[in-house]
Design a protein around this ligand. Structure first.
Ligand SMILES: Cc1cc2nc3c(=O)[nH]c(=O)nc-3n(C[C@H](O)[C@H](O)[C@H](O)COP(=O)(O)O)c2cc1C
Length: 223
């Protein structure tokens, strides 16, 4: 297998996992994943990412506190949310929503059931671990961009180790609570969480795969 084929196989195998087994990932494996992900480029090699990673009861304490908080508090993210999804972005967003809700049996228009599925974000989808990803506020959008590369590499390195993951903006939406819970400094932006562990492969939430556009849709050749 060529290096490209190997990499492409890992890219194809990764998906956002929304139901996990309770089994822990060893600290050595988590360290290997983070160390591999750190090889991504960053502007000036600043490596702005910082991770707070939970295991065991620390994950459960955070899960319980986050779920209770999200039930009664409006989102207050550190980083501005997209103002709107229009055109193809709206279409793609809707398509993956339909796939998820279809997979878990939520009927169109059943707002109670869709809200219940959405709240699974705040149970970290049952994951035994979560990594909170932060970036120094003064690095602004480029710090966030570097961290985005790190998050993707973390997910791919995890997939290569058989560890499933999901990036979650939903967790970062409750930045003040997350900051208080982990005593994170005010001068770091809480960008997202990565919940991770071993996939519950038989769970319906993990039964679908999202689609991608063909290259000609996203490349404007200028030759
Ligand atoms: C930065 C980022 C934040 C995300 N936040 C959430 C989230 O809060 N909840 C969720 O269910 N999925 C979240 N996702 C997962 C996306 O919905 C998913 O990546 C997308 O639908 C493509 O599907 P795939 O990852 O299975 O290929 C996030 C992904 C990224 C990259």
């Amino acid at each position: 297998m060529s290096d490209f084929d190997t990499l492409n196989a890992i890219l194809s195998a990764r998906y956002s996992c929304r139901a996990f087994l309770p089994d822990d990932v060893t600290q050595d494996t988590i360290t290997d994943i983070a160390q591999a992900a750190q090889k991504v480029p960053s502007w000036c090699n600043a490596q702005p990412w910082q991770l707070t990673i939970t295991s065991g009861q620390a994950t459960d304490r955070f899960r319980d506190a986050l779920f209770a908080h999200a039930l009664t508090n409006a989102p207050k993210p550190d980083m501005e949310w997209p103002s709107s999804y229009i055109g193809v972005y709206k279409d793609r967003r809707r398509a993956c929503g339909i796939q998820l809700y279809g997979a878990v049996g939520v009927e169109k228009g059943d707002h109670t059931a869709s809200a219940k599925q959405m709240m699974e974000n705040y149970r970290l989808f049952g994951a035994p671990h979560v990594a909170i990803v932060t970036s120094p506020a003064e690095l602004g959008p480029y710090g966030a961009m570097d961290c985005g590369g790190f998050v993707t590499a973390f997910a791919l390195a995890a997939a290569a180790k058989g560890v499933a993951s999901i990036a979650q903006a939903a967790v970062a939406a409750h930045a003040p609570m997350v900051r208080d819970h982990f005593a994170l400094p005010d001068d770091r932006l809480i960008l997202c969480a990565i919940s991770f562990g071993y996939a519950d492969a038989d769970h319906p939430a993990n039964s679908f795969r999202t689609q991608r556009e063909i290259p000609d849709t996203v490349i404007d050749w200028n030759i």
